[in-house]
Design a protein around this ligand. Structure first.
Ligand SMILES: O=P(O)(O)OC[C@H]1O[C@H](O)[C@H](O)[C@@H](O)[C@@H]1O
Length: 430
């Protein structure tokens, strides 16, 4: 992963080279804390060990019985869906089984999917670290019911990925379902390089070893200086910019295949860093499409943003046909890839010219190795940012509050958070 932070040195807000050098002493201390967390496999820090600890052979063996599937449905939410979705969306080619994600309980969407799937050729991967998440378990019950109604033995078509205990673990034991373990100490949003993210990619036949190699290479680049580590350069720069008022981070990959990556990044950044009145709001964008929609605001709106531009250095290309249409002949003979690169560089320059800080992140290609580098790099950047901001990176108490309130409303227990719903202030205008 290549990170260019040159366009944060000037602008509003900005971070000077001197400030970064001063911050580097804190980065060194934070790096030591991260390394000791990794050495002791502490909760959260253990995720940064996944390039060494993930068991690619075990994952391949567990999904081997499903190698002939026409479709994979991952039933999960948040970190139990976004990592897998990022990988399968980025790596899919046309011969792969189709990958679907049930990460919402919108009844219309769930029904449409359940009715359109070739259920007897579908493998269902139910993923929940806690094994208790209401949305995931409800969606699973609906899919199971659809399979039963279609005369499909759901126990032959289902495997689970979960923690040591919980409803899902009990279900797997009761029905003797194949089960993959969510590793200890790895929060959902940091689990893409574990069983949680890798199983769907394995069913699609992607190269798990190359993914983990890319991640291991990025791990090897972590060091006590932000100037030697691309991941830390990103984490330290985004932290310093947030301190200076860049409270929004627009993640803008220039590749359709990385659209889900921006979704995954949004959870990582928001849930990990949004605490104690601090944090940086992730905005999801896609280049070049959002140049024609959001860029106006990024360039000319409030000076509270940074833009992260991501692209592969190489990609499959397609020529733009020659044309004699008036005014368009300059396009003919060049390619869509050249156009996209020109758009990337023009946007970067346009932001810089307006004094909007932006960071360039490049990987060599959108392949397993490049994704391993990018995903691991963003995770390490996030952990470093959390250390610098002194927040509890690996918890999400605000999310848990809402989960308890919803559960209380549905009669799933006596949760005082549910009382707040009845206390809502109303001011209706009709
Ligand atoms: O894997 P699960 O236990 O089902 O959790 C799924 C998701 O639930 C919550 O919303 C958490 O905030 C997320 O971090 C987590 O990824």
């Amino acid at each position: 992963m290549h990170v260019d932070i040159g366009n944060v040195l000037d602008g509003t807000p900005s971070v000077s080279r001197d400030s970064l050098e001063r911050l580097d002493e804190t980065v060194a201390a934070a790096h030591e804390r991260i390394e000791s967390g990794r050495a002791d496999a502490e909760h959260g820090y253990a995720a940064l060990n996944l390039p060494e600890t993930a068991d690619a052979d075990g994952i391949r063996a567990a999904v081997e019985p499903f190698g002939d599937a026409e479709a994979i449905v991952t039933v999960g939410i948040g970190g139990s869906a976004l990592g897998a979705a990022t990988l399968t969306e980025a790596l899919a080619d046309e011969d792969d089984p189709d990958a679907y994600y049930l990460d919402n309980v919108d009844p219309e969407h769930v029904s449409t999917l359940a009715e359109s799937l070739p259920l007897s050729e579908t493998v269902v991967n139910v993923v929940s670290r806690s094994g208790t998440t209401a949305e995931t378990l409800s969606n699973f019950l609906v899919v199971r019911d659809a399979m039963e109604a279609a005369g499909v033995d759901w126990t032959d078509r289902t495997f689970v990925t979960t923690g040591e205990e919980g409803n899902l673990r009990n279900l797997a034991e009761k029905h003797d379902l194949p089960a993959l373990d969510v590793p200890e100490g790895v929060p959902g949003r940091f689990s893409v390089l574990s069983t949680v993210g890798l199983a769907a990619a394995a069913i699609q036949g992607h190269d798990l070893d190359a993914l983990l190699t890319g991640a291991a290479e990025e791990a090897d680049r972590l060091s006590g200086s932000l100037f030697d580590s691309p991941a830390y350069a990103y984490g330290a720069t985004t932290y310093a910019l947030a301190q200076r008022g860049a409270l929004t981070n627009a993640m803008m990959p220039y590749a359709e295949s990385l659209e889900y990556f921006a979704e995954w990044f949004a959870q990582l950044w928001a849930e990990s860093l949004g605490k104690d009145g601090l944090g940086q709001t992730p905005a999801r964008a896609l280049g070049a499409t959002d140049q024609h929609s959001q860029l106006q605001l990024y360039r000319a709106g409030p000076r509270d943003k940074l833009v992260t531009l991501v692209r592969p250095r190489e990609r499959e290309d397609r020529e733009i046909p020659e044309t004699d249409l008036q005014g368009l002949s300059y396009l003919g003979g060049s390619s869509l890839g050249e156009l996209l690169d020109a758009e990337f560089e023009a946007t970067e320059a346009s932001l810089a010219a307006a004094g909007v800080p932006n960071v360039r992140i490049e990987i060599d290609r959108v392949d397993e190795r490049g994704l391993g580098e990018l995903l691991y790099g963003m995770e390490a950047a996030c952990v470093l940012y959390g250390e610098l901001a002194n927040v509890s990176t690996f918890t999400q108490p605000a999310v848990e509050w809402g989960k308890r309130a919803a559960r209380g409303l549905l009669g799933g227990g006596d949760f005082e958070e549910a009382d707040a719903v009845a206390e809502k202030t109303t001011l209706v205008v009709e």
